[in-house]
Structures are given as C-alpha cells and as structure tokens.
Design a protein around this ligand. Structure first.
Ligand SMILES: Cc1cc2nc3c(=O)[nH]c(=O)nc-3n(C[C@H](O)[C@H](O)[C@H](O)COP(=O)(O)OP(=O)(O)OC[C@H]3O[C@@H](n4cnc5c(N)ncnc54)[C@H](O)[C@@H]3O)c2cc1C
Length: 284
C-alpha cells in the first residue's frame, strides 16, 4: 500500500526497534518518516488559540436541538442561533441530535498515561527519549518522560466508560507495560480515560447534506485525524456549492450500510469485537 501511494518507509527488525524503544517485544515494524504522532489535546488547544478573527468559539454550550430549514435553527441551553448552513462536527454524538441513527454508532478507545519515570527507571529502560509505536496497542514515550498506552476498544451505547471497566483497563494497561518493560517495577498510571469515536458497519464514512442547510462528515472508524481533517475542509467547500475532484472522491468513499435494530446491533458488535480481540491476542 505504501509503495502504491509512493510513501517513504523503512523496515526495522527487532534489534533496531529495541535500540529506539528499549524493548525487544516487537518483532518488526515500519517507520513512516513523513507521519507524525501528535497530542490531540494540544492540537485542539492550538487550533482554538489560532483561529482566524471571523471565528467565534463558544464553549460549555451543548446544542440541544437542530431544526433544519431556511434558516437552520440551533437551540443551545441558554440561547439559539440561526444560520443558512450548519456543519455538524459532533461525530458519533450526531445520533443524539436525531441524525444518522441507523448509520453510525459510538465506540470508545481507551488509554492511560504513566507518572513521569524517575532517572533510575529511564536508565533501566534505555532507548530514545521520545518515540511512538502503533498497532493493536499504541505506546508512546513522551518528552515529559511518561509512557502512554492506548489499548482497548469497546462498544458504548451510552457514550460512557463505566468505573468498573476503567479499573479493569488500568490493570490491563499495567500488564501491557510490564510485558514490554519488565525492568519498570512499579509503573503507576496517573490518568486512564476513554474517548468516543464514530463507527459504521462497513467502514465507509458519511459525507454530505443531511437536511436542507444541515451538513455532516463523520464516521472515520477510529482514524479520523487525517480523514476528518481533509473531509471537514471539503464539507465546508461542498456546503458553499463548490465542485471538485476531491469532493467526488470523498463522496465515493461515503455511504455507511444501514445498521440492524437493537438488540441485534449490540449482539453483532460484541461478536465482531470478540473476533477481533481473539485475532489480535498475540500482539496485546
Ligand atoms: C483513544 C483514542 C485514540 C485515537 N487514535 C487515533 C489515531 O491514532 N489516529 C486517528 O486518525 N484517529 C484516532 N482516534 C480517532 C480520532 O480521535 C477521531 O476520529 C477524531 O477525533 C474525530 O474528530 P471529530 O472532530 O470529527 O470528532 P470528535 O473529536 O469526536 O469531536 C466531536 C465534538 O463534538 C462535541 N459535541 C458532541 N455533541 C455536541 C452537542 N450536542 N453540542 C455541542 N458539542 C457537541 C464533542 O464534545 C466533541 O468535542 C482516536 C480516538 C480515541 C478516543
């Protein structure tokens, strides 16, 4: 795939991965030097701070209802807004506003961040001071000398991570960390959390107009940073009536398959998840 896309990459074997990461857990990896790993919270903050002057950010103002029409009415908790065109960038939460209920469903992906490693722990661990490796599990060593583990994906009908599941995740993240870095005797995690992402039945995203004046682009199945960024821009152009080859391409990739009703949806998702977990058991 990388060859076909003319993308640079390098193969790394177990010993060269160990030199970078300090663990010989991984048998092989591909380094894509033109890719970046980023901190999504820093990205959001940075975007918020550098928006152009004609953009106003309103925080802590959940949209309660969107009424399509001309103009579209958006009801928030304490005020309402009217606009000719509205782009809903709520991702999986869109179903809560009454749109695409049979097209997308929420999943949560979970991660933990360790406390900063002590000097002794860093010396025992070896490797470079910053790296990231992604697969079924993502691991990063950050410049603040912490380890990040991203592992565990669940179906969430209520968009939440339960406390018992969170406790279970902390333990599983500790096991993952110890397996790779047995030299870290007590790798405490300071934070464990889950974020919602938007899934579709056939991995196809949605792009386009939902109702007069209401547009959305979503359903990137856990890899929305690149796809969401480009399709968000294309959605704005589409809403303005622009035509382009890229818009045609993104439309061709859209069309989620209709979801079955509950309880079949929940049962089907849990069965697929069990199958994926079993297939990925060696990597965890
Ligand atoms: C742990 C984790 C790891 C991930 N790793 C990767 C990765 O490695 N690569 C990758 O490409 N993607 C990854 N993703 C997926 C990626 O984060 C998402 O695809 C991306 O954030 C989607 O961006 P978005 O802006 O469309 O939606 P979101 O980031 O979901 O943002 C939707 C926003 O809408 C707001 N909202 C919802 N309802 C309302 C309402 N009624 N009123 C007002 N606001 C509302 C929410 O608060 C939220 O801020 C990961 C996700 C998680 C959780």
């Amino acid at each position: 795939m990388l060859d076909a896309a003319d993308e640079e990459y390098e193969w790394h074997d177990r010993s060269s991965i160990a030199r970078v990461t300090g663990t010989d857990h991984y048998h092989a990896a591909i380094l894509t030097p033109r890719s970046v790993l980023l901190n999504p919270a820093a990205l959001c903050r940075g975007l918020g701070e550098t928006l152009p002057g004609n953009v106003e950010v309103c925080e802590q103002t959940p949209v309660r209802r969107v009424e399509p029409g001309s103009p579209v009415k958006i009801e928030c908790a304490e005020a309402s807004i009217s606009a000719r065109n509205v782009l809903l960038t709520t991702n999986a939460f869109i179903a809560r506003l009454g749109f695409l209920r049979r097209d997308v469903f929420p999943m949560i992906a979970c991660a933990s961040l360790s406390r900063p490693l002590t000097d002794d722990e860093q010396a025992a661990m070896g490797g470079e001071s910053e790296w990231g490796i992604t697969g079924v599990t993502t691991m990063r060593r950050t410049l603040s000398n912490r380890i990040l583990v991203r592992h565990g994906v669940d179906y969430t009908y209520d968009f939440r991570l339960s406390e018992s599941r969170r406790r279970h995740l902390v333990e599983s993240h500790k096991v993952i960390l110890r397996k790779r870095f047995p030299m870290l005797a007590n790798p405490d995690f300071e934070h464990t959390w889950a974020g919602v992402f938007c899934m579709t039945r056939n991995w196809a995203s949605h792009f386009g107009r939902l109702e007069p004046g209401v547009f959305a682009s979503l359903g990137y199945c856990g890899v929305g940073l690149p796809r969401g960024t480009i399709s968000g821009r294309l959605l704005a152009e589409y809403a303005m009536g622009t035509e382009s080859g890229l818009i045609t391409d993104v439309q061709a990739l859209s069309r989620p398959r209709a979801l079955p009703p509950q309880p079949f949806l929940g049962i089907g998702i849990q069965a697929r998840l069990a199958w994926y977990r079993w297939r990925a058991r060696a990597e965890a």
